[in-house]
Design a protein around this ligand. Structure first.
Ligand code: FES
Length: 105
């Protein structure tokens, strides 16, 4: 497991997402009502960049074909995606966001 400060909370307003790279992985940081979540920034439908889409009711909407994923669980909530995206543990210290990405799977 690796911990790295990847962004600042103040850079991601509530209701917004921001794509970052953590140890070579594309990760989308999502601010839902002031709490930060991290999901893999690769849509399971056809690799769309989720972090460039919209955050709708706590779900990341893919900008390519409109699939949605619950950012807390990673579960796909709208077609055309079926498989979940990975989620990653987030730690906030002051204004700094740390994301743990494992490479074990
Ligand atoms: S690539 Fe995300 S919905 Fe198609």
């Amino acid at each position: 497991m690796t911990a790295a400060a990847v962004a600042k909370v103040s850079d991601i307003p509530p209701g917004k997402m921001r794509p970052v790279e953590v140890d070579g992985l594309r990760v989308a940081l999502c601010n839902v009502d002031g709490k930060i979540y991290a999901i893999e920034d690769v849509c399971t439908h056809d690799d769309g960049p989720l972090g460039e889409g919209q955050l709708v009711d706590g779900q990341a909407e893919c900008p390519r074909h409109g699939a949605r994923f619950d950012v807390k669980s990673g579960q796909a909530t709208r077609m055309p995606a079926i498989m979940p995206v990975r989620t990653f543990p987030v730690r906030v210290e002051g204004d700094s966001i740390y994301v743990e990405v494992g490479h074990g799977d």
